[in-house]
Design a protein around this ligand. Sequence first.
Ligand SMILES: [Zn+2]
Length: 274
Amino acid sequence: MPELPEVETVRRGIAPVLEGARLERVEILDPRLVRPFDPGLVAGELTGERVAAVGRRGKYLLVRFASGRSLLIHLRMTGSLRHAPRGMLAGDRYTRAVLGLDNGADVAYRDVRRFGTWELLEERELAPYLAARLGPEPLGALSAKRLGGRLTGRRAPLKAALLDQRTVAGLGNIYVDEALWQSRLHPLRPAGGLDGPELARLHRAIRSVLRKGIERQGSTLRDYALPDGASGTMQDAFHAYGRGGEPCDRCGTPLVRITVAGRTTTFCPRCQRA
Ligand SMILES: [Zn+2]
């Protein structure tokens, strides 16, 4: 599932194609993408909009139009965006929507498992929509102190609290496992129980693994691909995620796999003590 670095990489790939372009033709081929709204009506609303900027908040892509409206795209499990000259993206049965731009490019949204969503919001709706769902951006003004404030009093396991998008936005299973390994914190520690140095380590680790993920253009697992069809290389730099049974890169102890909040979680039983 794409997390912050993967979504940011998609944003960087697609922004130069979309920014400044007008949507000349909009086809929404899968009604699930925009439900409960009618795909024909949403396509009609989008047609004629000019893209002012492509932003990101947490795992949402924000296509902001000159009119003030925004299209929020969430890729969920397997969503991706591709761009190519007009007509070159035809014939893929997993294409769920196509934007025909006035600059001659087509942008196609592809989604094998169909959990992704497109939501068109009016200008006044955007800030409350995001505020209700997302905590601070981890690569923005988030300080260790503010992170501590988001965790204070919480008895949920640290891993579960970090997967909650309202704690900090954009983390998922991959980057939480990596950040906990780097900060040497056990995934089942009560989220509210970290001391000052531990919080500082966690804060630094979260930012560092996300930055590294962006540098490597995300991780390529299953269906994730960049808008130009290339793929990221973060999977070659994982220390914890998906490495159960392999030796810890720090101490050589075999990494252990457990389930936390319904998600497979990999950690080092020696470096990350309970
Ligand atoms: Zn270790």
